[in-house]
Design a protein around this ligand. Structure first.
Ligand code: ADP
Ligand code: MG
Length: 369
């Protein structure tokens, strides 16, 4: 529905002549006008179509407008549908109140002032159109943020490859050339200490290139899969961070998964462990990965200080980019992320359905030595 697309307006009145007059009054709004002469007919139409607003005659013979709205409101889909009551007889304040208690949004008395009716209906029509547009924009936003995450991954992969294969290779060549200079020129012996220093510097630089490129995109993930990549990552982390991290997988020979799923699980576990290091003051952490029939379950548990309720409730002002990103990644694959206190410590639970992932071809592996 774009700004110019029509919305549906339902007019309910047992008298066809009244319906005709509403039709004339509202005709110039250029929306789709639909008529119903009974509550039953109105319900049938409501169930089949999406209406921006319902004009409802209060006094109808079989079932009056208020009862009708009661029935409509019971249906979850119509709890927010705008309803304008039109009434000639029940116009005491009490009746107005009766109408509003039923969630009606407006009230018009007879004789109907055409301009007033038109103005009220057009406000609701516009509101409906705007709400629908907002929903579409939100959907698009979710889609875009998902593709942003995957293009971020692609970009990291590319930078990692360039760092490793480009700068890394260049440094290696420099090192070999230096070795050559030293070998071919006996006089260079006097320079041995300086050359040794240069070696050390180059080795350090090579090591840094490797670390940065691994961090940007773990090469093992493409080559040998999630379990080995995580194993490599956890080893490094345990050594550097001084926290004892264990991993259990079920089954032990953990199967390969679709690339998007492996990347998401790796990144989410990586972020959860980064949080363990940064915030938990834990001495131990445990990662579990379980392949169920139709889903993957992953947990990261620590024995640290635990988290506040605002964080486990994902209150926007409490969570940061880390948890926000984890949640978004998991959501993109139709899964769920939950954080809770383990007493002591924190548990991060991840569930991602396997069926939601198309079985894409494996990505070209990044070769890193
Ligand atoms: N394992 C944990 N133990 C204790 N606190 C945690 C843990 N994980 C997350 N938190 C809390 O949640 C907050 C938000 O985390 P996150 O969204 O990753 O942002 P950031 O790490 O940048 O602060 C952290 O600042 C921290 O207070
Ligand atoms: Mg974080």
């Amino acid at each position: 529905m774009t700004a110019k697309e029509k919305v549906n307006i339902l007019m309910v009145d047992d008298q066809p002549s009244k319906l005709l007059s509403y039709e004339v009054i509202l005709g110039e709004l250029g929306e789709n006008l639909v008529k119903a002469t009974s509550g039953k007919e109105a319900l049938e139409l409501l169930l089949k179509n999406d209406f921006a607003v319902v004009l409802m005659d209060v006094s109808m013979p079989e079932i009056d407008g208020f009862e009708m709205v009661d029935i409509i409101r019971q249906h979850p889909r119509f709890q927010k549908t705008a309803i304008i009551f039109i009434s000639a007889v029940h116009m005491t304040d009490l009746d107005r109140l009766k109408g509003y208690q039923r969630g009606a949004v407006d009230y018009i008395s007879v004789p109907v002032v055409p301009e007033l009716l038109r103005a009220k209906v057009s406000v609701f029509a516009e509101l409906h159109r705007k709400t629908h547009q907002l929903e579409l924009l939100n959907k698009e936003l979710r889609r875009l943020s998902g593709s942003l995450i995957s293009s971020q991954d692609e970009e990291r992969r590319r930078i990692a490859r360039e760092l490793h294969d480009g700068l890394g290779q260049d440094l290696t060549v420099v090192k070999i050339m230096l070795q050559g200079v030293f070998r071919d020129d006996p006089l260079a012996k006097s320079k041995q200490p300086a050359v040794a220093d240069i070696y050390k510097l180059i080795d350090g630089a090579l090591q840094q290139v490797r670390s940065v490129s691994y961090l940007l995109h773990p090469p093992l993930l493409d080559e040998v899969g999630l379990r080995s990549a995580l194993g490599w990552y956890l080893d490094g982390l345990s050594k550097r961070g001084g926290i004892d991290i264990t991993m259990e997988t079920q089954p032990q020979e953990f199967p390969r998964l679709a690339p998007e799923l492996e990347t998401t699980l790796f990144r989410v576990i990586q972020e959860a462990l980064t949080n363990v290091f940064r915030h938990s003051r834990a001495s131990k952490a445990c990662v579990t990965l379980e392949r169920k029939e139709a889903e993957i379950l992953a947990t990261v548990r620590d024995n640290g200080v635990g988290i506040h309720d605002e964080i486990s409730e994902f209150r926007p002002e409490s969570i940061g980019v880390g948890i926000g990103g984890m949640r978004q990644r998991v959501k993109e694959l139709g899964g769920q992320l939950a954080l809770r206190n383990a007493g002591p410590g924190t548990i991060v639970d991840v569930m991602i359905p396997i069926t939601s992932i198309p079985s894409a071809d494996r990505a070209v592996p990044v070769t890193v030595t």
